[in-house]
Design a protein around this ligand. Structure first.
Ligand code: ADP
Length: 449
């Protein structure tokens, strides 16, 4: 019994830094608010960690938008090409046909020319499949990396994130890189009209259905958010009328060490072995690319303490990226019994006892709860800023959300919502998941003019 009590105490000690008190979460919220102000002010902006990038999007949709477009979505594990038909809401509304292409490590970590040539090849293949060659169409490029924009159709890549490292792209206008690839490949059908961050795309597409949607949030491979800011607060732009959507690039929050007291040794290990050490610290505590690795680091320590897996650190457990984030979703699922959790571990080559599976589940729950709470602290900072901007006592606002982790994890969304309510009680914050209806066949449903 004494041994069990000792073990329990050890586990509590290991997991303690992940259990954030309300006070700590309020600290995160106010730190985020401070970094937002740094990023918006002219004198502090050049050194800001949360970059607060102007997007040149000045309004959310009003539902009267119409037309046919091609959209590209580049920013994570997959690359998607879409045809988007925006019709009358009472008619067909928004219809989308899309095709997903996987991107190999060689393509995302090779040369920029290879990457952009590959993108054009995928678009061309898609156009051919849908009988669209020879038809010039406006193209919107959803590019989910930090870009410094000076107009809607231009953006200099500031840095790669999320495992991308294609050479010759940082410091270049990615729209120009795409146009040049189209010329090299002889595709003259593409009229690139807009470069948008995925957060902005999400805010806009949710905004088409809900006018209160003025925030976009992504929790997938990485995490980021955007929101409608008053022009007068965007000091680097001279215009002071109206509003503009700001791409926060909040994944970099903490890169100036402002929340190092919250960062655990496990986070440090994950960071150290990542492709971008010291960068995107907030993202690394929240998003899909990293949660499985944090869990693995904790399991290794618990095994070293002889509390797990009979104290044997197997070869498998030492394998980097052994656990995809889907593993957390599966293990934390309320409908899964211990036997099933155990078989997930067995499938990964980890032989576990009943006690082991209970503990693994506890670790997963702890890591994903912290992720959701940290994310909520960021959202709370944003909704409160919007409320203050508008000098309102209460604000009703919607957050448009996309990203597989947010959508598929059994508890993530619920914890975000409940924590935002506590941290920003004067705001009535709703969340709306991006849910564009994707059609299989474009030609059968939409008359191509
Ligand atoms: P991206 O952010 O790359 O555009 P997604 O939104 O699909 O794309 O996010 C991909 C991330 O979602 C991956 O990091 C993956 O680990 C994670 N993921 C995939 N399936 C699940 C799941 N069932 N539960 C939680 N996370 C998942």
């Amino acid at each position: 019994a004494q041994r069990l009590a000792d073990q329990r105490q050890r586990v509590n000690e290991v997991l303690a830094p992940f259990n954030l008190t309300l006070e700590k979460l309020k600290d995160v919220q106010s730190l985020m608010r401070k970094e937002m102000d740094f990023g918006l002010r002219k004198e502090t902006q050049p050194n800001a960690t949360v970059k607060m990038l102007p997007t040149y999007v000045r309004a959310t949709p009003d539902g009267t938008e119409r037309g046919d477009f091609i959209a590209l979505d580049l920013g994570g594990t997959n690359f998607r090409v879409l045809i988007v038909h925006v019709g009358k809401r009472e008619d067909v509304g928004v219809q989308i046909v899309s095709k997903t292409f996987s991107l190999s490590q060689e393509v995302i970590q090779g040369t920029g020319i290879q990457l952009f040539d590959h993108i054009i090849d995928c678009i061309t293949e898609f156009q051919e499949e849908n009988n669209l060659r020879g038809r010039r169409m406006p193209l919107g490029f959803t590019f989910s990396f930090p870009c410094r924009q000076t107009s809607l159709d231009q953006g200099i890549l500031i840095t790669w994130t999320k495992g991308f490292s294609a050479s010759g792209c940082v410091g270049e206008d990615v729209v120009r890189l795409l146009r040049e690839a189209a010329i090299r490949k002889g595709n003259s059908d593409l009229m690139i009209v807009a470069l948008v961050n995925d957060t902005v795309g999400t805010m806009m597409s949710c905004g088409y259905d809900d006018p209160a949607c003025e925030i976009g949030l992504i929790v997938g491979t990485g995490t980021n958010a955007c929101y409608m800011e008053e022009m007068k607060n965007v000091e680097i732009l001279d215009d002071s009328d109206g509003r503009m959507c700001i791409n926060m690039e909040w994944g970099a929050f903490g890169d100036n060490d402002c929340m190092d007291d919250l960062i655990t040794n496990f986070d440090r290990d994950v960071d150290q072995f990542s492709i971008n050490p010291g960068k995107q610290k907030y993202e690394k505590m929240i998003s899909g690319m990293y949660l499985g690795e944090i869990v693995r680091q904790i399991l290794i320590i618990l095994t070293k303490y002889r509390i797990l897996f009979g104290g044997k650190i197997s070869q498998r457990l030492q394998t980097r990226d052994l656990f995809p984030t889907k593993f957390l979703s599966d293990i934390e699922s309320d409908t899964l019994g211990l036997v099933q959790v155990r078989s997930i571990l067995t499938d990964l080559g980890l032989r576990s006892t009943c006690d082991d599976t209970v503990l693994v589940k506890e670790v997963c729950t702890t890591v994903s709860r912290r992720a959701a709470q940290m994310c909520a602290a960021g959202i709370a900072a944003v909704v409160e800023k919007i409320r203050e901007n508008r000098e309102l006592n209460t604000l009703k606002i919607t957050v448009g959300v996309d990203g597989t982790l947010y959508k598929l994890h059994p508890h993530f969304a619920g914890i975000v919502q409940e924590t935002v309510k506590i941290l920003a009680p004067q705001c009535d914050t709703q969340t709306l998941q991006e849910s564009s209806q994707v059609l299989r066949d474009w030609r059968s449903r939409v008359k191509v003019q």
